[in-house]
Ligand binder design. Sequence first.
Ligand code: CU
Length: 118
Amino acid sequence: MPFNNPSRIAATAIVSVALLAAFAAPSARAADNSPQLRFQAGAVEPASLTLPANTAVKLQVTNSGDSAVEFESFELHRERVVQPGQTITVYLPALPPGTYPFFDDFSHGAVKGQIVSR
Ligand SMILES: [Cu+2]
């Protein structure tokens, strides 16, 4: 296939850039809309996570440590084990404004945080 025509080469380059943008855009949007909690080394980051009130959210919970954690919240009615190196998605319903504590149930109360809905 001859690629010695400069305008054709330019057109190919433009199509390539457009394709890259098309494939890159959805993941960039997903990252913006996916709040994240990260458990590591006896702590959780952020310890206080603010989410928009009255909006369903897909919360990403990552365990960067080397032993399992259990993301648990009585207020949110959630209890999910996260293995080392794993990221899980926790679906949260539209929450009224308020503070929703959570903790790592495997840490015997040492690791805790809160989700603030407002
Ligand atoms: Cu538990």
